[in-house]
Design a protein around this ligand. Sequence first.
Ligand SMILES: [Zn+2]
Length: 481
Amino acid sequence: MIKIYNTQTRSKEELQTIEPGKVKMYVCGPTVYNYFHLGNARPFITYDTFRRFLEYRGYDVAYVQNFTDIDDKMIKKANEEGITVGQLADRYIAEYFRDADGLNIRRATVHPRATDSIDEMQKIIATLMDKGYAYQLEDGVYYDVAKFENYGQLSHHNLEDLEAGASDRVSSDQGKHNPMDFALWKLKKPNEPFWPSPWGEGRPGWHIECSAMIREHLGVTIDIHGGGQDLVFPHHENEIAQSEAANDAPFVHYWLHNGFINVDQEKMSKSAGNFFTVRDLVEHFEYDVLRFFMLTGHYRMPINFSGDLLTAAQNGWTRIKTCVENLDFVAASDRTMASNPNARADAAQTSLAEQAATLVADCTTARASFIAAMEDDLNTADALAAIFDLVRAANTAATVTDIAPDALQTAAATLRELLDVLGLNPTREAQIPAEVLALVDERGAAKKARDFARADALRNQVLELGYEIKDTPQGPKVSAR
Ligand SMILES: [Zn+2]
């Protein structure tokens, strides 16, 4: 039985899906105007891990994670660089996938771009206008929060308190019915991309994007919606208000929110300037170490970030990898021949059989503990503890001369199975994209043909893709730059 903590009810609840065996899940994705930082990576890794676990337990998961490819930050950056918002989005979507692939975050079932759902957004806005939940002002269309009976249900705010808080702010929103009312459609300003609409040329507000992509790709009611804690209010509160008012149906059954990554007790964020991009960090640590680090804490708790903690994560991950490599090696080597099995007494054989049986039993225990931890609101910290228990047992067993290779193989297979649920692969090859490898091969052929100009050009092409080639006696070695 899988239990997850639902922000809306503030309690751990048993997961009961709309359709048996199927999960519809949506996660708010990145705004693609820059590389993502470690704080941004946390929801991607957390919900990818949850999806993997659901699939491990037999669920069929429809998983949607969007790209926000139109907003103020995108427009500003594109104008600064003299490119279109579309070009900016293309660039950072490609960069997202490079880091996500490195972190072993699986592709979602669909990765919709907000700008591909403008029609769906306009349909929802039109419905909200018809039903009296939205109104038009000079600069756009707004959602009338006071019309939605349960506004604040997710974040446990009530409208009076919110209004009181908002009235202190200097406000340029003249004409809004309520200070908490938010834009559904913003009429165009100079140098902004725009789309035609019944309310004038303009662009969508941020919140309506997710409501539209969810309805378009998953339907009116979904099982799970995930995101960072900072999205609870107002983003997710507003998604509920829009979707439930437009669709007359419940929107989300379980709301999941992950905690922040803190640096010196302060949330890692672009605005605070205390952020580390994943791209920068992988110059010092492997992608796998970053993923492992993220899973050492419970997803709802804050994680402190420091170089020392990453180094500790690296040591932990290395222990696991070394164990699996050693098991593979020992199980494959034929030690029985070397130590002459005929010379062994019956008593020694019995003891060997017992030790092998114990290791196989340890595998079963580790798997059960792992599943129990993951079923308890995705407790990856305890799940890793179960893996380390098995690592200890396996390391001990691997030192026993003549222990049955089958038992060692079972231990290695069990570790691989459980690590895969966490998105960790202890024997993963360095993640070099196929495109790069093809260029490296081509360069090898050019060198063989003594076409050095072509070989140099290909090396530069590889460099441009962010990888470098080192020629070693064993052949060319490719690594991320
Ligand atoms: Zn969203």
